[in-house]
Write a new protein. Sequence first.
Length: 118
Amino acid sequence: MSDGVTIWANPRCSKSRGAEALLAERGVEVERVLYLETPPSREEIERVLVLLGTDDPRGLTRTGEPLFRELGLADANREQLLDALATHPELIERPVVVRGDRAVVARPPERLLDLLDP
């Protein structure tokens, strides 16, 4: 595979483990980013949104997390959500799989197969 594949993963998450297993089964080498330990910058989050084909951070936000409610983000604007994602990486949906100029939130993990097709 010519394009590098990166996964923002949380090893405690079954969807992250499933996505990593799917990639391994297909012999895909992956750069694994433990995003809770090494949070992406706001700029990196914005770059991934572009790769996801959206400008809306809600597509990358775990809105069901208690912290989402605690921070009062239900009515947050784009800038507030980006700040929250950069400050609280546990709010980032997982796993995010990036290949070249495309990305998917691999929920379910099989969604990442779209990235593997030429």
